[in-house]
Design a protein around this ligand. Structure first.
Ligand code: GLU
Length: 406
């Protein structure tokens, strides 16, 4: 390679990062659909409901107000930071200062900024696995190393404390807690969360608690909040959240982090160079959402619950597929190892990995799912069931027929 071409190369940092697999599946499915193929998408997880009217109305009013046409404080509109603090007291049961809240461009930016402000090159982050696909890439972007701790359906996808302890090294800087969990739908019990919090205090490790699915739980199971269960952990806790999943607001891009003051200030400093304030119109919509009732999410939860049974029962009816009933979020995480290395479909296609299986399922049966490889769990497929009942029925019918018709 010549000196010239080297100097024009992209950074090693960006070359080492994989594209978002969830968004890639979604894009591929949408492209196929646009080209006339009748694809059923179980790819990216986003509620299929419209954002509730009062929230949309608040945005319309905000868009007409010239004060929202200007820059606003980087860390967020003061009213929204206060409303997030009030919402935290209401839902999580403990007090935070609005100054600890930083409003971000979706939950994703909160995750990114947290790793950027906490990690130095070589620092390790313990990552319960299966994990949401972007954590590993964002840890890499901050120079850190993800240390995965895999838990399978035997322990309902929650790693034991022994397994977590075994992953600890003097370089461990943080552990990620994501309950309810994307992609498995696991919900950690209060006892598991207490044990993790106490372990983190003992080992002086940051806890990064992604609570974006807090209101999406089933069968009377509720989310336990580590900041409430183990109050002493709050000094080393960063909570990540946003309006996307609870209020069907994925496209509005409003999230937040709540952290000890010095961490919140550092994140705001970073954000001052990245994006400045989140769109004021979106923030005003989020203000309406978080300061309002939780009836929209209750309605969505009831619909998701019906779909959860529909899809999990259908998946378990397919020979070679096993799926645990998830307790939260809106994903069915199916073990498809029984389908690998066998002829499938009329073309007798053979997949040797779940990544290949996902490709074949899309190409031949026109059903889009995200392969487990994206979540550190080869041998599985993730199906988002935040989609219409009839599409779930049709998609599962296609998957079933494709498997048995060879
Ligand atoms: N968090 C959702 C998912 O896992 C949305 C897509 C993404 O940002 O990854 O599908």
């Amino acid at each position: 390679m010549t000196v010239e071409s080297n100097s024009l190369a992209l950074s090693k940092r960006i070359e080492a990062v994989s594209p978002s697999a969830t968004l890639a599946v979604d894009t591929k499915a949408k492209q196929l659909k646009a080209s006339g193929v009748d694809v059923i998408g179980f790819g990216a997880g986003e509620p299929d409901f419209p954002t509730p009217d009062p929230i949309v109305e608040a945005a319309v009013v905000a868009a007409r107000d010239p004060k929202n046409h200007r820059y606003s404080p980087t860390a967020g509109l003061p009213q929204l930071r206060s409303a997030v603090a009030a919402k935290t007291l209401r839902d999580s049961g403990y007090e935070v200062d609005p100054a600890q809240v930083v409003i971000t461009n979706g939950g994703k930016q909160a995750v990114y900024e947290t790793f950027q402000v906490l990690l130095d090159p070589g620092d390790e982050v313990i990552l319960p696995t299966p994990f949401w696909t972007s954590y590993t890439e964002m840890i890499k972007l901050a120079g850190g190393t993800a240390v995965t701790v895999f838990a399978d359906s035997q322990t309902a996808y929650v790693p034991t404390l022994e397994a977590i302890s075994a992953a600890y090294t003097p370089r461990t800087k943080a552990i990620v807690l994501n309950s309810p969990t994307n992609p498995t739908g696991a919900v950690w019990s209060e006892a598991e969360i207490r044990a993790l919090g106490e372990w983190a205090i003992e080992h002086k490790v940051w806890v990064i608690s992604d609570e974006i699915y807090e209101h999406v739980t089933y069968d009377g199971v509720t989310t336990s909040y580590i900041g409430a269960v183990v109050p002493e952990v709050r000094e080393q806790l960063v909570v990540l959240n946003g309006v996307a999943k609870s209020y069907a607001m994925t496209g509005w891009r409003v999230g937040w982090l709540i952290a000890p003051l010095h961490v919140a200030k550092a994140a705001a400093k970073l954000q001052g160079h990245l994006t400045s304030n989140v769109s004021n119109v979106s923030q005003q919509a989020a203000l309406k959402a978080v300061s309002g009732p939780l009836d929209a999410v209750a309605h969505m939860r009831a619909a998701f619950d019906v779909r959860r049974h529909l899809i999990v029962d259908a998946l378990n009816g397919i020979p070679g597929v096993h799926c645990l009933m998830p307790q939260g979020a809106f994903y069915a995480f199916a073990d498809v190892r029984g389908l690998l290395n066998k002829p499938l479909g009329e073309k007798h296609s053979v997949a040797t990995s779940s990544a290949q299986l996902a490709d074949l399922l899309l190409e031949e049966a026109h059903v889009a799912a995200v392969p487990g490889e994206a979540f550190g769990a080869p041998g599985y497929l993730r199906f988002s069931y935040a989609t219409a009942d009839d599409l779930i029925v049709e998609g599962m019918k296609r998957f079933h027929e494709w498997v048995v018709n060879f």
